[in-house]
Write a protein that binds this ligand. Structure first.
Ligand SMILES: [Zn+2]
Length: 652
């Protein structure tokens, strides 16, 4: 298949540069490309292989051993000196978000090891990516467990697979490239820091460049080969420049003055540890080599910092991405020789102007009828709400489930290739057959039918869908403040438990899906904060909308069990009776919790009636809290930040 040529990519200068610098110096640690859908991020990443020089591999080795330095632990080895070699294009291997662990690391047949005494290993994507590019599209949606495996391999340059004492190790050094749409959820801090450079991808803003993007795409789709031929010279030139820069890299000097400038920049942006300093030094050296220079200059450091710092500076998870370029210039200081990129000092005292005045604390009227936006009240540590029964969803921290990790709760015959042997159960299964199988000496005679694997129980993550009453009655007596505070508390809880969340509100004539199910708890929090209150109470419409949303999600992700959290006083003043809608949800087996927010001296107890109809757990707002957490949105953000910092520490 003909690949879209790298040199035919319009704009996206930062992205192309970041990929090239990594191609010159893979030690930089990879590239993360952030950008909304439809910016052709993936096309640009895949195009990289068209300018990467080929690699020499030992013929027949499934682990891409280099003829000059074969992996001493290569499972296909040992390779004799002078083994036949062949050139091969540099490969780009894609790791699908839904891949299994075996697909990533390769699979070890423990069954054969136990019954035949043979170590049989089928290489995975980490082996395929060795000496090439490992690309993860939607890397922010990658399962935690795969992320850990990926990080371990990337950090060590090897992949280690062990099942019940049988193990294989092989080299896995690759250029890690990830793309993501931040609207679909942020990346965990560990993985974020693991990427050497980050770039923002956006469609070009000026009309001629946009038109050129489209023109080239159409030309490529019409005749890929002819289009590629048009760019063949340009491609060859980029490839030759990369090869030349690689050869020059070892000679590039990063002098003490440069290292001090790098340190000043990293200190100015308050990055943790020394990783950023090292990445900037490497990227600056690669940039100098790319320019054909022998010494790293201020401009090399400036460019490297712009690519290496945005995801490392001290920030809270809700800050906008990017880097303050003025701060960067100040930290770099002026060139001693007064180069052309000198900039005048910023006027003194310009700092406070940067702070945008915010007034979120008071209800703002948007002029549409009697609608108002209530601020969020106090948040607290929420109790864990869970889906009853036992699921099979992806690992998380909410409801009980059969999982790959967790504690052993039993044994069963393996469904496919055995991965997690329950030794006692296996031996027990083989015991009655030993005489018939003719066992004479020590050691049991094992057969495949004896094999038992562990059944483990842990916790899964869920989809928590909030259905919130936002009608006019909720605006009374600061009720909505308390409700928003409670839902924010539950959102923070969902963030920590790795759930997906969604938000529906009902008010006026109908119900609205304010946020389709997403992993972005930030997005949910901001939709909640700006959610207006006012109008009548169409509870039945809210339940129907929740039902439709959950059925859609069930098709998309059948193993993720939903939990519907209805925040209401149970009143309904518009649309039909809620009973029928509630019964339909119950008949579809949807687990629900009703959070009663009725207050005041006279109570109708309608939320309890709704809980009955839904077969739901019934809680009051006060029941949700298991501990105080001072403040409001600020506390929520601080807690999220602490969680992020804590997880960063775990990795360090
Ligand atoms: Zn090999």
């Amino acid at each position: 298949m003909t690949q879209f040529p790298f040199s035919a990519i319009v704009a996206m200068d930062d992205m192309r540069l970041a990929l090239i610098l990594n191609a010159i110096s893979p030690d930089i640690g990879g590239v993360l490309v952030r950008g909304e859908k439809g910016t052709a991020k993936s096309t640009a990443v895949r195009a990289l292989t068209t300018v990467l020089p080929p690699v020499e591999v030992i013929a027949g080795c499934r682990f891409s051993c280099s003829p000059s330095a074969p992996d001493p632990q290569c499972p296909d080895g040992p390779h004799p000196a002078g083994a036949p070699a062949q050139p091969r294009p540099t490969l780009l291997v894609e790791l699908p978000v839904g891949a299994t662990e075996d697909r990533l690391t390769g699979s070890l047949d423990v069954g054969r090891a136990l019954t035949e005494g043979v170590t049989s290993f089928e290489p995975g994507l980490l082996a395929a990516a060795h000496r090439g590019v490992l690309y993860v599209d939607e890397v922010n949606l990658l399962h935690d467990h795969l992320v850990d495996l990926l990080l371990d391999a990337a950090a060590l340059g090897t992949s280690y697979v062990e099942r019940d004492g049988v193990s294989v190790r092989h080299a896995a050094r690759f250029l890690l490239v990830g793309t993501m749409n931040p609207e679909e959820g942020e990346l965990r801090p560990q993985l974020l820091d693991r990427f050497g450079l980050t770039v923002e991808a956006a469609a070009p803003r000026d009309p001629p460049a946009r038109a050129e993007v489209v023109r080239r795409r159409i030309a490529f789709d019409a005749d890929p080969a002819a289009f590629a031929a048009r760019f063949a010279d340009a491609e060859a030139e980029v490839a030759a420049s990369i090869t030349a820069a690689r050869a020059r890299l070892a000679m590039v000097v990063v002098d003490d003055a440069a290292l001090e400038q790098i340190a000043a920049v990293c200190l100015s942006f308050g990055v943790d540890g020394l990783r950023a300093d090292i990445v900037i030094a490497r990227a600056a050296a690669a940039h100098a080599a790319w320019r054909g220079a022998a010494v790293v200059t201020r401009e090399d450091i400036r460019i490297a910092s712009r690519l290496a710092l945005p995801h490392r500076r001290r920030r809270n998870p809700f800050d906008a991405p990017g880097l303050d370029e003025q701060q960067l210039d100040e930290a770099l200081g002026n060139d001693a020789d007064g180069g052309p990129d000198d900039e005048p000092d910023p006027p003194p005292g310009s700092g406070p102007d940067d702070q945008v005045a915010q007034d979120p604390a008071h209800a703002q009227s948007n002029g549409a009828g009697r609608e108002s936006v209530q601020p969020s009240g106090t948040t607290f540590r929420a109790r864990r709400l869970e889906v009853p029964g036992q699921g099979h969803g992806t690992a998380g921290r909410r409801s009980r489930a059969y999982t790959d990790g967790g504690r052993t709760v039993g044994a069963r015959p393996p469904r496919s290739v055995i991965r997690d042997v329950h030794l006692t159960a296996t031996l027990t299964a083989s015991a009655p057959h030993q005489v018939r199988r003719g066992r004479t000496g020590p050691g049991l005679v094992l057969e495949r039918a004896d094999l038992r694997e562990r059944r483990r129980e842990g916790r899964e993550s869920n989809l928590v869908l909030f259905l919130v009453d936002a009608s006019g009655s909720m605006a009374a007596r600061r009720r909505m403040e308390a409700v928003k505070g409670a839902v924010l508390s539950l959102l923070l809880d969902a963030y920590q438990r790795r759930d997906k969340v969604g938000l529906i509100c009902f008010r006026g004539a109908d119900a609205r899906l304010l946020l389709p199910p997403t992993s972005s708890v930030d997005a949910a929090a901001s939709r909640l904060e700006t959610m207006p209150t006012g109008g009548q109470t169409p509870l039945a419409a809210g339940l129907a909308e929740a039902h439709a949303t959950l059925l859609r999600e069930r098709l998309r992700d059948p193993l993720r069990r939903p939990l519907l959290v209805v925040v209401t006083d149970g009143r309904h003043t518009a649309g039909g009776e809620p009973d029928a809608a509630a019964l339909r949800l119950r008949r579809d087996g949807i687990a629900a919790v009703v959070v009663d927010c009725e207050t005041g001296p006279v109570r109708l107890g309608l939320a309890g009636v709704l809980a009955e109809a839904l077969g739901a757990e019934y809680l009051s707002l006060a029941d949700l809290s298991v501990g105080a957490l001072a403040g409001s949105v600020r506390a929520y953000r601080q807690a999220a930040r602490r969680d992020a910092a804590y997880r960063r520490e775990l990795v360090a």
